[in-house]
Design a protein around this ligand. Structure first.
Ligand code: FES
Length: 397
């Protein structure tokens, strides 16, 4: 980490603090927006990249969270500016959001690069938005903190929990077989997504936000907080406060995203039986950091790390249960012998973050000697149909 920055070292100082004609223009436009010079003088300008949209249910709360991030930024002595970015709602964007992941990464990169900002807060969570926003931020390498959108509440059908994705296929098959009625199907339709937030199984969203957290980009453990829990708002405000300090400390993604940090992410991915889509995203993120990850690295880690999270689709529970069980910090604690504990995050290290962590529900987050499955949640297969390898999820034991 470099020495502590002074206000004159800030990138935004060139826009707002200089005596030249260009700075005159920037300051006059600040006045136009109703701010006065002392409101920005010597303050880090914090970009809040917001992937909210009216048609993204997973991010419906991010407008409110942006305001909470701003609260934290103002309190810590920063100047927040919200910059909207493409939303990529997994359920609505056609033909597939994957077409737009790199487009969003480029948009985020250019938003950061082209504006007078010193630090970045990323608000995202629905599948592609996590890798995309992080990939964009890696390219610019300004101090960055990731605020994960958080999982939605458990689904509910007549008192039974419903899981995003997996239960849709299951009950669709039952309906097609004539085993459930139109009325029951309609009740499920209204009960499967009960709040804003991302899918609450261990799908791509929960996997990627947990990996971003493990890479050190979040307040530790933030990714497990349900979107509608009041703690999610507190986490957003604290993230806003923390990014201001990170600017002065010059704590950048390149300080956090080391080869060992990616090894930790691989280990957590296996222990969670995370989404197979993580291969595509994690490899792309790593390469932007100059870290070479390959399918063989996933396979190697799969041999070493058992599945500890008893979360659907591999296991029995949902992300809300994972949060009650202690969340990601509890998983790191169980996995500690297999992690690089010295790896840093935006406030401390993995080892520091788990000092007081506890597992409250040991059937949801299992210990290493009683795993859900004896080997990792992902296997790489090679053969004549896929000479370079393809991915499969072995069934849990
Ligand atoms: Fe957004 Fe699943 S549709 S996380």
């Amino acid at each position: 980490m470099s020495k502590r920055k002074s206000p004159e070292d800030l990138r935004s100082f060139r826009w707002f603090g200089a005596k030249d004609l260009r700075s005159f223009g920037h300051r006059s436009r600040l006045y136009q927006m109703g701010y006065d010079q002392q409101e920005i003088a010597a303050k880090p300008v914090i970009a809040i990249i917001n992937t909210w949209s009216d048609i993204n249910p997973c991010h419906a709360h991010l407008r409110a969270r942006a305001e909470e991030v701003k609260r934290g930024v103002w309190q810590a002595g920063g100047f927040p500016v919200e910059l909207p970015a493409m939303s990529l709602a997994e359920t609505y964007v056609k033909p597939t959001t994957m077409l737009y992941r790199n487009f969003l990464a480029m948009e985020v990169e250019e938003l950061i690069r082209s504006h007078p900002v010193d630090g970045v807060v990323l608000l995202a969570g629905c599948d592609k938005t996590t890798p995309a926003t992080i990939m964009g931020a890696i390219q610019v390498d300004l101090p960055t903190i990731f605020v994960p959108a958080g999982p939605m509440l458990r689904g509910n059908y007549r008192g039974q929990p419903l899981g995003s994705g997996s239960d849709v296929w299951k009950y669709w098959a039952e309906k097609e077989a004539g085993k459930i009625t139109e009325l029951q199907w309609s009740e499920m339709e209204r009960g499967i997504a009960r709040s804003y937030g991302t899918c609450m199984t261990m799908g791509t969203a929960s996997t990627m936000t947990a990996l971003a957290d493990t890479l050190g980009l979040c307040l530790p453990g933030a990714s497990a907080i349900p979107a509608s829990d009041a703690g999610h708002s507190r986490m957003a405000a604290l993230s806003g406060a923390r990014i201001v300090e990170m600017v002065f400390e010059d704590l950048k993604p390149s300080d956090l995203l080391t080869a060992k940090a990616f090894e930790n992410a691989l280990a957590v991915h296996m222990a969670m039986a995370g989404s197979t889509n993580a291969m595509i995203h994690l490899i792309a993120m790593a390469r932007r950091c100059g870290v070479r990850l390959s399918l063989e690295d996933f396979d190697r880690m799969s041999e070493k790390v058992p599945v500890l999270c008893n979360i659907r689709p591999t296991g029995a529970f949902l992300m809300e249960d994972f949060f009650y069980a202690g969340g990601l910090l509890a998983l790191w604690k169980q996995l500690a012998p297999l992690l690089h504990l010295e790896e840093r995050n935006v406030v401390s290290t993995i080892g520091g973050a788990i000092e007081h962590a506890e597992v409250h529900l040991p059937d949801v987050i299992r210990p290493l000697d009683n795993p859900v499955a004896g080997r990792g949640g992902t296997a790489i297969l090679k053969g004549n149909l896929a000479p370079d390898g393809c991915v499969m999820k072995p069934a849990a034991a």
